[in-house]
Design a protein around this ligand. Structure first.
Ligand code: FES
Length: 116
């Protein structure tokens, strides 16, 4: 699924891609396509407020690129693979493509190279 050009995002931006069930976040290390399903008990995590995602089911909190800030979740938000095609971010969505994260790493972020 196409998710716009890298230069359409400033660092700190999050865009909602409802049909793909992900949020595209641009953090300091690059882009992360965050699965909206909570890693605790699978509620849908609503859009962030002030760069913080909070699941309304049991109030787990996650940072801009899905890092765990507060439980009961025990791990970061999951993500989808990203690649650059003709200058656009393209996300492979669907349950079979979810990358389950047990730990958070800045290396999870996709770096598209220099962007305008
Ligand atoms: S399902 Fe999200 S905190 Fe429990």
């Amino acid at each position: 699924m196409r998710a716009g050009r890298p230069q359409d995002y400033a660092v700190g931006d999050v865009k909602i891609w409802t049909s793909g069930r992900f949020y595209m976040a641009r953090g300091p290390s690059g882009f992360v396509a965050l699965y909206r399903q909570c890693p605790h008990l699978r509620c849908t995590i609503p859009p962030p407020s002030d760069g913080i995602f909070e699941c309304k089911c049991h109030l787990s909190r996650f940072g801009l690129t899905g890092e765990l800030l507060r439980g009961p979740a025990q791990r970061p938000m999951d993500r989808f693979p990203i690649r650059l095609v003709n200058g656009e971010l393209v996300v492979t969505t669907g349950e079979a493509s979810v990358i389950r994260r047990t730990e958070y790493s800045d290396a999870d972020a996709f770096d598209p190279g220099p962007v305008a």
